[in-house]
Design a protein around this ligand. Structure first.
Ligand SMILES: [Zn+2]
Ligand SMILES: [Zn+2]
Length: 52
């Protein structure tokens, strides 16, 4: 598993958040804690939705 924003390999469940794309619900967004804290925007691979 990799962070969608920075590409870091994620091993521990505690260090990332995981949710379905709020726009299309098809893609799973995985973000590490540091990207979430820094509010780096992500982009859905399927529908190109961008979110904080
Ligand atoms: Zn990240
Ligand atoms: Zn999407």
């Amino acid at each position: 598993m990799k962070c969608i924003t920075c590409g870091t390999n994620l091993i521990s469940e505690e260090k990332f958040t995981r949710f379905k794309c709020p726009a299309c619900g098809k893609s799973e967004i995985i973000r590490c804690k540091s990207c979430r804290v820094r509010k780096i925007p992500y982009k859905c691979e399927k529908c190109e939705f961008r979110g904080p």
